[in-house]
Design a binder for this molecule. Sequence first.
Ligand SMILES: Cc1cc2nc3c(=O)[nH]c(=O)nc-3n(C[C@H](O)[C@H](O)[C@H](O)COP(=O)(O)OP(=O)(O)OC[C@H]3O[C@@H](n4cnc5c(N)ncnc54)[C@H](O)[C@@H]3O)c2cc1C
Length: 492
Amino acid sequence: MVETFETDVVVVGCGISGLAAAVSAQEHGAKVRVLERAPREERGGNTRYTESYWRMKSENEVSDDFTERFAENAGGHLDPEVIKDASGPYEGWPRLLKSLGFADPELVATFAELAGPTLRWLTGFGVKFDFLPNYFIIQSTTRMAPVGGGLALVEALAAHAESVPDDIAIHYETTMTSLLQDEDGRIAGIRAVVEDNRPVEFRAKAVVLASGGFEGNPEMLSHYLGTDALWLRPVARGGYYNRGEGIRTALDLGAAPAGDFGSFHAQPVDPRSGQAEPVVLSYSYGLLVNKRARRFIDEAPGMVDATYEAVTREIMHQPEGIAYAIHDGRMEDVPNWRKAVRSDQPPVEAHSIEALAEALELDPHELAETVEAFNAACAGEAGFDAMKLDGLATAGLEPNKSNWARPLDKPPFLAWPIIAANCFTFGGVKVNARAQVLNMDGEVIPGLYAAGEVMGIYYRTYTGSTSVMRGAVFGRQAGIDAAMRHARANQP
Ligand SMILES: Cc1cc2nc3c(=O)[nH]c(=O)nc-3n(C[C@H](O)[C@H](O)[C@H](O)COP(=O)(O)OP(=O)(O)OC[C@H]3O[C@@H](n4cnc5c(N)ncnc54)[C@H](O)[C@@H]3O)c2cc1C
C-alpha cells in the first residue's frame, strides 16, 4: 500500500512562492502540506541564496519603469490582430488569447498592483525592507531588498509555518513526481517519492506548483536552450534542486506553455569560484575577449544592470562558453569598482598584455593584436565619466564599444574568466491573475495553481529584480485562491 496523506492544499516547493502560498492558504483556513526536495538545512531553493532585490521605488509602489519594461519584453513579434483584444476586460478575452504565451497586461497589472501589499504582508512576519547596497556601480532603476536577503524571507515564513504544526506540515526530502487528476479533470493531489525511491501520495483539493524552473535539469536545459547549455551552471546551489518536474507534469496534463522556453536569466560569473553568485560586472569598463583572444560583443551597450544578461548569453555561445574580462590600471578611476566583482578568487595579474595572455592560456600575439586594435580605435580620455553613459565610443571596430572606451595601456593588467550562470529558466506554464493554471484552450485546470519560476512570464530581457516579487505575489495569490475556492468551499 502506498502511504497516503490527506489535506486541503499541497504546495510543491519551499522557496518564496511555496512558502507564500502555504502561509496565505493557512491564513485563509486551509490545512496545508508543503513538499521540499531538499533537506531542512538547505530548504528554500534559489530564494535561500538571493539578496532578493525588488524592483520597487517605495514599500508601496513598483519602480517607475516596471510596466514599461514588461511591455517591451512581452514576447517576440506579437501579432497585433491577436493582441488587439487584450485591451478590453479580461472576462471578454477570447479563450485563444488567454492561453497565449506572452506577458499579458492583466497579469502584469495585477503583479504591479499587489507588489506593495505583498511586501507589507511580509513585513508582518518581521522582515524589514530597505534600499540596500548592491553590486551595480550605476543602475537604471530603483530596487529595495529585505534585510537578510531571500534567506530572511524563507526563515520568517517557515518559522510561521512551524508555529502552526496542526495546520502546516513540511515534508523534507520529498520529491513530487506527478499530478493526480480525477475523472472530472480536477486536480486531486500529487505523487511523490521519498527515501529509497519509495512512492507516497498526497490527496488534496488543490495543488500549488512552486517548484522552481529547470535550471538543475541538464536534459531539459539541452532540450530547450540547445547544446551550449553544457557550459552553464546554476548561479547558486539552490538551482540544482530545481529540476523541472512542476513544469513538465503540468505541461503533460495539458497546461499552456508561457515564458521564453529557449531563454534564461544569465549572470556573468567567475567559474573558479564555488560561492553563490560570484559575478564579474566590471567588464563594461574594460574589454571582453573569448578563448581565441578576440572581442565578440559591445561590452558597454548601456548601463550594465540593463544589458549584462544579453552580453552573458553571448558568452555562453563562445568557444567553451568562456570569456575573459581584461582591465588595466585605469580601472582605479572608476569609483568603488571592486563592488562589481563578487568572486572570492583573485584576478589574474600581469605587467604586460602578453604576460597576461600567457597566464590566461590565451595566444599572446592574438591578445596583443586585439588590444592594439582596440586602443587605436579609442578617442582618448576626454569625456570619460564612469558614473553615466558617457558615449565615449570606439570608431571603426567590429564590434565597437559604445561607452567608457579608453585605451588599455596602463599596467598592471588584470583579468577574470567569466562564464554564463543560469539564475533561472524562463519557460513555464500560463497562469491567470489568481495564479490558476490555464490549459491550452485558455480554461482553468480546476485545482491547479503555479507561482514563481513555474509560471512563465519572462521573454527576451528579464525585467531585473522581479523574480522574488513574482514568487511572493503569485504564491500568495495562489494560496488565498486555493483556500477560498477549494478548501473552504465545503465548509459551513
Ligand atoms: C544567487 C541568486 C541571486 C538572485 N538575485 C535575485 C534578485 O536580487 N531579485 C530577484 O527578484 N530574483 C533574484 N534571483 C532569482 C530568484 O531568487 C528566484 O527566481 C526566486 O527566488 C524563485 O522562487 P521560487 O519560489 O519560484 O523557486 P525557489 O526559491 O527555487 O524554490 C523552489 C523550491 O522547490 C523545491 N523543489 C524543486 N523541485 C521539487 C520537487 N519535484 N518536489 C519537491 N520540491 C521541489 C526546491 O527544493 C525549492 O525549495 C536570484 C537567484 C539567485 C540564485
